[in-house]
Write a protein that binds this ligand. Structure first.
Ligand code: ADP
Ligand code: MG
Length: 238
């Protein structure tokens, strides 16, 4: 676990600035949800946290360490995407263990970490199955399992539920929250779904057009929005 400091971060693509100085303090163990309309820069910010996108200006620190120039695989971060493609030719266990294998872990360590993640996610009986033999919810849990096995300091989720049907989405929300309560791993979770934000977040960051409009606990934003945009975004149905 670790705190994360995003300080005055800017990002330009080909001279065109899409993030205009974003500052977000994140405490150790906090579940922070980034919300805002499509194109406001949520994924770009997450990708910079993961090290998949270079920061144009500003700093990102994880714990005490400034990570601006640290490679993704040295950041101790695990990311779960919306399109969580599992490897079709690998079993559940192999899917979950693959990133450890890439990092050179021995098979015994891999087996025990996969087993632990499978217990947490209730996948213990499915370890020998292939992705095509799983339901949508089970596949999503395997995708989370791949992140958990690495025991990261920070979890990043980029709209992980947006490809699931409404019922499953509600169930997975609860699962992700329970997972967080259990592991207490610092989490940054991106969604454009207000209900998801309100029900899951310790702290919500409302973004618009590459800036942060407001940061606060769900009820603070609901009761005391700083401006019309925040009021409209938090108050409107998903
Ligand atoms: P969100 O995730 O909030 O929908 P993004 O972070 O994906 O928004 O995008 C923010 C802005 O940056 C958008 O205007 C998008 O077109 C632009 N953008 C994102 N990635 C790139 C890229 N690789 N090259 C050029 N522009 C990009
Ligand atoms: Mg996005």
């Amino acid at each position: 676990m670790a705190s994360v400091q995003i300080h005055d971060v800017r990002k330009s693509f080909g001279g065109f600035e899409v993030l205009h100085g974003v500052t977000v303090p994140i405490e150790d163990g906090e579940f922070v949800v980034l919300v805002g309309p499509s194109g406001c820069g949520k994924s770009t910010l997450l990708r910079m946290l993961a090290g998949l996108e270079k920061i144009t200006a500003g700093t990102i620190s994880i714990g005490e360490r400034v990570v601006n120039d640290v490679q993704p695989k040295e950041r101790d971060i695990a990311m779960v995407f919306q399109n969580y493609a599992l490897y079709p030719h690998m079993t559940v266990a192999q899917n979950m263990g693959f990133s450890l294998k890439l990092r050179g872990a021995d098979q015994k360590t891999i087996d025990s970490k996969v087993r632990r993640a499978a217990d947490i996610l209730d996948l213990g009986k499915l370890l020998d199955r292939y992705p095509r033999q799983l339901s949508g919810g089970q596949r999503q849990r395997v995708a989370m399992g791949r992140a958990i096995v690495r025991d990261p300091q920070v979890f990043l989720f980029d709209e992980p539920l947006s490809n699931l049907d409404a019922k499953l989405r509600v169930a997975m929300r609860t699962e992700i929250k329970e997972l967080h309560q259990r592991l207490k791993t610092t989490t940054v979770y991106v969604t454009h779904d207000q209900i998801e934000a309100m029900t899951m977040a310790d702290k919500i960051v409302v973004m618009q057009d590459g800036i942060v409009e407001q940061i606060g606990a769900p009820l603070d934003l609901y009761d005391r929005p700083d401006n019309k945009f925040v009021a409209g975004f938090i108050g409107s149905p998903a």
